[in-house]
Every structure is written in structure tokens, then in C-alpha cells.
Design a protein around this ligand. Structure first.
Ligand code: UD1
Ligand code: UDP
Length: 378
């Protein structure tokens, strides 16, 4: 009989909730695990929503979020509180996903307590510390402290090999976001938004720190020009709660009848919105992974992406944050059916929906857990 291993799964923000949910679920189903879920609540409402959708109730909640939190105060609060939690819980393994401040501090706190750390969605790089900011630094730190690197693609594996990470610690699993997406997208969900079905839907999200200020204003300008030039489209823009985003978007976009600014959508309706969209404009990481799998063309409003695989496949295009360029590229896809069809091919370079079970299998093997042998007559 195997002794149960205590795995501590950390979640902080909306995308971590979505991407860790399949891992938490698979770990809980395994007979050799004891699973504790710790929510830092770096995001409060956005995280609570996804945890409840996936039926996961955190065992511990640090309730970290403050309005308009600065990176330094967030980092220091997280590090201190995570250290206290690790001291109390004494897990065998800490697992976290991605490149947020929660993940970087979880890796560091685990390192200080000498607890092995598993990094889900490891190896993504732009090689530019300013883009995305501060995420490139966060994943470099987490990546150099991890015992297990669960990378989504061969490209992310190569990034880590170039940084001198031991090959035996890197595992190509696919991205767990595709596990979550396929589960949710299999059903049809109600999308409570004031949309006219006769118009083509352009879905927009933007929240990156490096886009605050002039780049976000450029993005808004491009959206206004798009609705003015194409009277058969309407824009649905779920606005991220970060006050640096809200204030600018409300100021510039709230007056056009075909631009619908709404609160962040719950994950299931947001997946439904992606399914219904004709075109997606975003600076999100997760949306760059999901939309190609749903066959939706994506224009990424950033100057770098750590997810070049879909760009290479021709289903995502990096357009930067200049209003003219966003407008020109989006207009082309709205006017040219062939150009649109060439990008709407349903290519999914980030996973096949089985990433979480691979991660659990690797942990089981590396933690020395023997397969349970069925005893006949027992
Ligand atoms: C964070 C991550 C970013 C990730 C994004 C996903 C960092 C530094 N940034 O950015 O990598 O892409 O989450 O969305 O880790 N807020 C609320 N309610 C919420 C969530 C946020 O009101 O549920 C507001 C608060 O005022 C909060 C602010 O948004 O202070 C910023 O939140 P924060 O987590 O610091 O940064 P994000 O921009 O959300
Ligand atoms: N998402 C959501 N509701 C929204 C906007 C996005 O559920 O209103 C989901 C989206 O499907 C993706 C994730 O949130 O899975 C991406 O989160 P975000 O863009 O905030 O962060 P990033 O991926 O850039 O870190």
C-alpha cells in the first residue's frame, strides 16, 4: 500500500484557476494523493467564479487582493503569507501554473522551504523582460526553481534546454487550458449579452500592464474606427476589473451603440462568446491558446508573444498596439472571406485535452509510487 503524498495546488488569478482545475481534478481522482488547494486570491471575484464553475472549493484562502495593488506590495504580501502556509501544511510537493506574481512567489517560498516545486505551463518565453511585464521575469524565476517543468510544446522545451535546465526535468504535456476548454466547450451556454445575431461579433479583451496608458488608448481608437467602417459588426468587450483598464475603456468606448462594454464574463459564457465570434482581438495569453482550438482568427495586440506556435501555423497574427495597424489587419479579415477562412482552421498547437493526466502520471512515477496491484479474492 502506497503512502499518500501531499500535493499543494496554488491558484491566484482567473487563468490559474482555469488551467489548474484539470490538474486538481485529476490529482483528486488518484488513489495515492492527498490534495490541498490554496487560493491566494490575488484575484478575488474572477478566481471565485472559475473555482465554482469547476466545483473546486479551496481548503485555504489567503484573500490577498487589494484594489489597484502594486507589484511590490502584492509580492511581499504573497511571499510572507505563502511561507506561513507552507510551514503549516508541510506539503510533499507544491504545484502552480503560469507566470503571475502568485506563481513566482509560490516557487520562491517553496525553494526557501526546500519543498519540490512543479511548474505547470513552463518554458514560455519572449526573451524580453519588458514584454510581457512582469510575467517574463515571473516565469524565469519560477522556471529556475522548479523540480518539474510541464511544458506545453516542443518549443517551450527548447527554451528551457537553452537555459541549461536538465532535460530529465522537462516534460512535454500540452497545455491544461485545452483540457478545461474542451470540457466547457462541449456544452452550449447562455450568453447574457445584448447582441444582435444578424451582426458579426468581434470579441475584445485587453488587460496587460505593458499596454496601460497610450497603447490601450490606441487599441480603443482602433475599435471605434472598426465599428465606424463596418456597420455589420458589433463589439463585445468584457472589461478586466483592473482600474487602469476600466477607466480608459469607459472613457473612450462607452458611447457607441455597437460597442458593448460588459463586466468580465464567467468562463462558460466567455467560451460561448469565443464560439460565436467572427474575429477576436486580445492581449490575453489564454485566449491566444483557446481561440485557435475553436477555429477563431485572433489578432494579438502586443509587440511580443510567448506563444509563437499558433502564429507559425498562421491562425494567430501579432499586430502590435498601433491603432492604424490593428484597424488595417482587422478590416482585412472582416472584408476578405478568404483571408478569414485561412485563419479559421481549428488548429490546436497547445494541447489535445490530456495534459493533466500526463502531469499526474509523471508525478506518480517520479515520487516513486508503485501501481496498485489488484489482489484476487481480496
Ligand atoms: C494578473 C497577472 C497577469 C494575468 C492576469 C490575468 C500579475 C502581476 N499579473 O494581472 O499576469 O495575465 O492577472 O487576468 O500577476 N481586480 C478586481 N477583481 C478581481 C481581479 C482583479 O477588482 O477579481 C482588480 C483589483 O483592483 C486588482 C487589480 O485588478 O488590484 C489588478 O489585479 P492583479 O492581479 O494585480 O493584476 P492583473 O492586471 O489582474
Ligand atoms: N476569460 C473569461 N472571461 C472573460 C475574459 C477571459 O473567462 O471575460 C478567460 C479566457 O477564456 C481565458 C482566461 O480567462 O481562459 C484568460 O485570462 P486573462 O486574459 O485574464 O489572463 P492571461 O491568460 O492573459 O494571463
Amino acid at each position: 500500500m502506497n503512502e499518500k503524498k501531499h500535493l499543494l495546488c496554488i491558484v491566484g488569478t482567473r487563468p490559474e484557476g482555469i488551467k489548474m482545475a484539470p490538474v486538481i481534478k485529476a490529482l483528486k481522482q488518484a488513489s495515492w494523493t492527498r490534495v490541498t488547494v490554496l487560493a491566494t486570491a490575488q484575484h478575488r471575484d474572477l478566481l471565485d467564479q472559475v473555482m465554482s464553475l469547476f466545483g473546486i472549493r479551496p481548503d485555504m484562502d489567503l484573500d490577498i487582493m487589494k484594489d489597484n495593488q502594486s507589484l511590490s506590495e502584492l509580492t511581499s504580501r504573497l511571499l510572507t503569507r505563502l511561507d506561513g502556509a507552507f510551514a503549516e501544511l508541510q506539503p510533499d510537493v507544491v504545484l502552480a501554473q503560469g507566470d503571475t506574481t502568485t506563481v513566482m512567489t509560490a516557487a520562491l517560498a517553496a525553494f526557501y522551504r526546500r519543498i519540490p516545486f512543479g511548474h505547470v505551463e513552463a518554458g514560455l518565453r519572449t526573451h524580453d523582460m519588458a514584454n510581457p511585464f512582469p510575467e517574463e521575469m515571473n516565469r524565469l524565476v519560477a522556471g529556475h526553481l522548479a523540480r518539474w517543468h510541464f511544458v506545453p510544446t516542443q518549443r517551450s522545451r527548447s527554451n528551457l534546454l537553452r537555459e541549461g535546465i536538465d532535460e530529465s526535468a522537462i516534460h512535454v504535456t500540452g497545455n491544461t487550458v485545452i483540457d478545461a476548454l474542451l470540457e466547457v466547450a462541449a456544452k452550449e451556454w447562455t450568453l447574457n449579452a445584448p447582441l444582435d445575431p444578424s451582426r458579426r461579433l468581434v470579441l475584445v479583451t485587453a488587460h496587460r500592464r505593458e499596454n496601460f496608458g497610450p497603447p490601450l488608448r490606441q487599441i480603443c481608437t482602433a475599435i471605434i474606427r472598426l465599428v465606424e467602417h463596418h456597420d455589420d459588426i458589433e463589439v463585445l468587450y468584457p472589461v478586466h476589473p483592473n482600474p487602469n483598464v476600466r477607466s480608459v475603456v469607459a472613457e473612450l468606448l462607452s458611447r457607441h451603440p455597437r460597442i458593448h462594454l460588459v463586466d468580465p464574463l464567467d468562463y462558460a459564457p466567455f467560451v460561448e462568446a469565443q464560439k460565436r465570434a467572427h474575429l477576436i482581438l486580445t492581449d490575453s495569453g489564454g485566449v491566444q491558446e483557446e481561440a485557435p482550438a475553436l477555429g477563431k482568427p485572433v489578432l494579438v495586440m502586443r509587440i511580443e508573444t510567448e506563444r509563437p506556435e499558433a502564429v507559425d501555423e498562421g491562425v494567430v497574427r501579432l499586430v502590435g498596439t498601433d491603432a492604424d495597424e490593428i484597424f488595417t489587419q482587422a478590416s482585412c479579415l472582416l472584408s476578405d472571406a478568404q483571408a478569414h477562412a485561412a485563419m479559421a482552421r481549428g488548429v490546436s498547437p497547445y494541447g489535445d485535452g490530456h495534459a493533466a493526466e500526463r502531469i499526474v502520471g509523471i508525478l506518480k512515477r517520479d515520487l516513486g509510487i508503485a501501481d496498485e496491484v489488484a489482489v484476487s479474492g481480496a
